[in-house]
Design a binder for this molecule. Structure first.
Ligand SMILES: Nc1nc2c(c(=O)[nH]1)N[C@H]1C(S)=C(S)[C@@H](COP(=O)(O)O)O[C@H]1N2
Ligand SMILES: [Mo]
Length: 394
């Protein structure tokens, strides 16, 4: 008996030690996979994880102004996501500090409220995380954790007004129908201030690029928060609560934190002491084509193209450098697709010599702020520094 108790205690202590070590250790970053998969309503996408589903858009799709729904990236935090829904009995609930709590059907949402559309970039805060050095844990996105779409729906403002939002309201929380297998995992809930929620840009969308939102992207409703990172774009949205207090919850207070100074920058040896929830999309420009694996023929015209985006401030110019940033030449900007959409750019280039090339790209916004040379933070968020493309000309 005593002996059993002894071994039982040994087991408990070593198990506890194992668990606590495991918690302290940083998980090694998962390798970027090159496996293409086909999920329902989707075409070939890169698989990051299957539980929960995280699918990345192949870079070549970004040659289009808008990202087709079947190629639009997918990112859930919880593995229990909706795969079907009875749309007739679905209701969007608006409750809390309101005069009249609402339970809105899809038919009412479409027929009783005015519809609006907005073109906006939906980008994961961790997009391009796999390229941070030193590497950081989290989903190892390349550049395909984003997409540009036209969203149609009802302004959140109208819905909150219809519910009779009270004067003492401070924050609004948003939650979808996805759940974790373990009830201990906090439900994915995000919040916005009342003034942001009422700004007229935030939309409860029921259409994406003229079609119902794919199941994997949050059918039937997705909150569209133009200019802010996608972590606020709650999918499978059914629960909006008006709060007379500041919202607190794991996904706002602990997760999705960035250094408080707004730089998105810290060093591994001296991490920022104060952090705040990530909000607006950082200024960034990426290459789309050619891709590093493409062989570019010498003395032939080649179009170098890519994307630049920010929080809606506006892109003033995109420049390329072929000499390690000593000199910069402006690329052509395509027409604006919308204040909150990405901006495509192109550059006509005829390489005159064979060999290895390094091209850099730098965006500047209308306030004159340009991308910086280096940036790193522990979570790999808000990548926004000068990217480069290594190419072989033959
Ligand atoms: N309900 C719910 N909404 C969510 C999430 C989630 O896990 N659950 N993830 C958020 C994050 S971090 C991202 S990047 C986007 C991804 O949207 P998409 O799957 O349509 O690309 O959804 C956001 N909305
Ligand atoms: Mo995300």
């Amino acid at each position: 008996m005593k002996k059993n108790l002894f071994w039982y205690l040994v087991f408990c202590i070593s198990a506890a030690a194992f668990v606590s070590c495991g918690n302290k250790q940083e998980p090694p970053p998962a390798a970027v996979k090159d496996e293409l998969v086909r999920y329902p309503e989707k075409k070939d996408m890169y698989l990051l994880t299957d539980r929960p589903p995280q699918l990345e858009t192949p870079l070549k799709i970004f040659k289009e102004d808008f990202t087709p729904n079947e190629y639009f990236f997918v990112r859930w935090h919880m593995s229990q996501i909706l795969t079907k829904i009875d749309i007739d009995s679905f209701r969007l609930y608006i409750s809390g500090a309101v005069g009249k709590p609402l339970a809105i059907s899809m038919a009412d949402l479409k027929n009783k409220y005015p519809a609006d559309t907005i073109a906006a970039l939906c980008i994961c805060a961790g997009n391009s995380r796999s390229t941070f050095t030193p590497r950081v844990p989290g989903s190892q996105w390349r550049s395909g954790g984003m997409g540009n779409a036209v969203w149609k729906g009802v302004k959140l403002k109208y819905l909150l007004e219809a519910a009779g939002i009270k004067k003492n309201a401070i924050d609004i929380s948003f939650c979808g129908m996805d759940r974790a297998p373990l009830p201990e995992t906090p439900v994915f809930t995000k919040s916005l201030s009342v003034s942001h929620a009422m700004d007229g840009d935030v939309l409860v969308a029921y259409e994406m690029n003229g079609q119902p939102i794919p199941m994997l992207n949050g059918y039937p409703l997705k909150l569209v928060v133009p200019g802010w990172y996608a972590t606020y774009w709650i999918g499978a949205l059914n629960d909006i609560r008006v709060l007379a207090d500041t919202f607190h919850g794991f996904w706002m207070d602990k997760a999705y934190q960035v250094p408080a100074d707004g730089s998105f920058n810290e060093s591994k040896d001296s991490l920022a002491k104060k952090t705040v929830p990530i909000t607006k999309i950082n200024l960034h420009s990426i290459f789309v084509s050619p891709e590093p694996t493409d062989v570019v023929p010498v003395s032939k015209p080649c179009i170098v193209e890519g994307l630049a985006f920010d929080d809606g401030t506006g892109i003033k110019k995109v420049e390329l450098s072929f000499d390690e940033g000593k000199t910069w030449t402006e690329a052509r900007l395509n027409p604006v697709l919308g204040k909150y959409a990405w901006r495509r750019w192109k550059f006509d280039w005829t390489p005159t010599k064979k060999g290895a090339y390094k091209i850099q790209v730098k965006a500047t916004d209308i306030n004159g702020r340009s991308e910086v040379n280096t940036q790193w933070n522990r979570s790999g968020y808000a990548r926004g520094f000068i990217e480069h493309l290594d190419l072989n000309v033959n």
